[in-house]
Design a protein around this ligand. Structure first.
Ligand SMILES: Cc1cc2nc3c(=O)[nH]c(=O)nc-3n(C[C@H](O)[C@H](O)[C@H](O)COP(=O)(O)O)c2cc1C
Length: 177
């Protein structure tokens, strides 16, 4: 399959996950394109059979460059007539949407909107969303204290080796569906 591995990472956590996704996809024998999203990223999503898309969570939503990318991509495919009423399914096109999040206040609840938001572009385009994944990622910078005082307890060092093994296994598993 042609796999697109799209991600935005501000402080490096999602990047670690995206690298695992790339490794697992390659080792499963697929062709993989990994793209770090910036506000100017333009990708022809429709040429890929399988898309992984992920971002860190910033105030409950994906990071700004990812939001901008989603907006521009939606507008572009809208103009091209690729987003149709009823969003008919595109046979064989599938996606996994994931977030890395710190959950300092309300736990996984504050990551749900980010994943749902990213997923809507693919649902609109007719992709089947096979799964939604949530990975814990420590807070860096001025919110660092939330890595020990938040709803999820001590999340320092996450995603850690065990988390990344989990990513690897999930990717190997889902690519065989
Ligand atoms: C400024 C800032 C705001 C954040 N806001 C949230 C948030 O609203 N909800 C949440 O669950 N995590 C939040 N986080 C934690 C990040 O989502 C988490 O550390 C994530 O793994 C970062 O991914 P990245 O390094 O790939 O950008 C925030 C982190 C920072 C630095």
């Amino acid at each position: 399959m042609k796999v697109l591995n799209l991600y935005f990472s501000s402080t490096g956590n999602t990047e670690k996950i995206a690298k695992q996704i790339e490794k697992a996809s390659l080792e499963a024998g697929h062709e993989v394109e990994t793209v770090t999203v910036t506000k100017n990223t333009e990708v022809d999503i429709l040429v890929y059979d399988f898309v992984f898309i992920g971002s860190g969570v910033y105030t409950w939503l994906p990071g700004k460059p990812m939001m901008e990318f989603l907006k521009q991509t939606r507008e572009r495919y809208g103009e091209l007539g690729e987003i149709k009423p009823k969003s008919p399914r595109r046979l064989g096109k599938r996606a996994v949407v994931y977030a890395s999040f710190g959950g300092g206040h309300t736990g996984v609840n504050e990551a749900l909107p980010a994943v749902k938001y990213m997923g809507q572009l693919f649902d609109h385009l007719g992709y089947e969303i096979l799964s939604e994944w949530y990975f814990v990622g420590e807070f860096h910078g001025r919110l660092q204290h939330l890595s020990t005082t938040g709803r999820l307890g001590n999340i320092q060092g996450r995603p850690n080796e065990a988390d990344l093994r989990d990513v690897y296994e999930r990717v190997r598993g889902i690519l065989e569906v």
